[in-house]
Design a protein around this ligand. Sequence first.
Ligand code: SF4
Length: 365
Amino acid sequence: MKYLDEYRDGDKVKAQLKALQERLTRPWQVMEVCGGQTHNFLKSGLDGLLPEGITLVHGPGCPVCVTPIELIDKAIALARQPQVIFCSFGDMLRVPGSKEDLLSAKSQGAEVRMVYSPLDALKIAEANPEHKVVFFAIGFETTAPMNAMAALQAKQRGVNNFYLLAANMLVPPAIAAILSARDCQVKGFLAPGHVCTVSGYVEYEEIAKQWWVPIVVTGFEPLDLIQGLYMLITQLETGSWKVENQYRRSATRQGNLAAKALMEQVFSVCDRKWRGLGPIPASGYCLKPEYADLDAEKVFQIEDITAEEPKECIAGLVLQGRKKPTECAAFGKKCTPQHPLGAPMVSSEGACAAYYQYGIKLRTS
Ligand code: SF4
């Protein structure tokens, strides 16, 4: 198929759903890792059309959602410093920290600006040499190359008032952490197609082998999702555990070698704390020592800020696929997109926002 519309063809989706139903002989719980996949399952109505035996649980693939609360507090502490212009993607502005969010800091005078790219923040730094410009570098393997490019260009162009609050995270260690739980019920994964387009899927092969779990690299359109699910259920029904690639029009086994080389030039792999999942070894990117002068945490000495997640928000359980958003007592009552208590209700990729937006009732397993 050549065109995106073909991946939204209702007849083809129906035929694939029928094949899926025929393939299924027993119940399976599977996880779609990416928040974009969650939203599209719900937006297209596919979630409600799946055979009863399939329980979809939603994974940690929403970068805004998994950024820990203490990093939000660090961002606010930076934004409140004199002479600092703090730049961020729009989604992060309303994510609650322990006391406030970036938007409320802005309303009280902090210089917070929404940007679409770290290169926009770099331009702001060049245009404001008397200020210190910090970019909130969140995201997975998909945004890391852009962040690396901004760091590299800052060095090359001699911009010495540009910094990164480095927060990039890596998806495979989070999948491994979910599988490591003794009571993990997830039997297969739809891996995020766009992340694998950058990173490739060699690391996912190691996970599949270690836990005997099938993984299908999957796209985002309705036909992608249902094909990915069919491939996954076929593996489960036949006792196979390997990595397959449904998203062949974009992802390859080795990924984008140029983007990976760029990331390796600027970042090294380090341990990172995830919202809801806690610290995960080797699950993030940190700036290499030769880029330490761009590292906002070190330069502005905010490394020691810590914070606890709010007790009433069960985002951690939602991000591990242990609870559905509608199982949270605050869902749609104390927590709405207008007044979010947790990041998954704010983000355009958050599972709680998706359930709220598409009016999903709890599907029991
Ligand atoms: S509904 Fe709100 S409070 Fe509940 S888990 Fe989601 S973000 Fe947290």
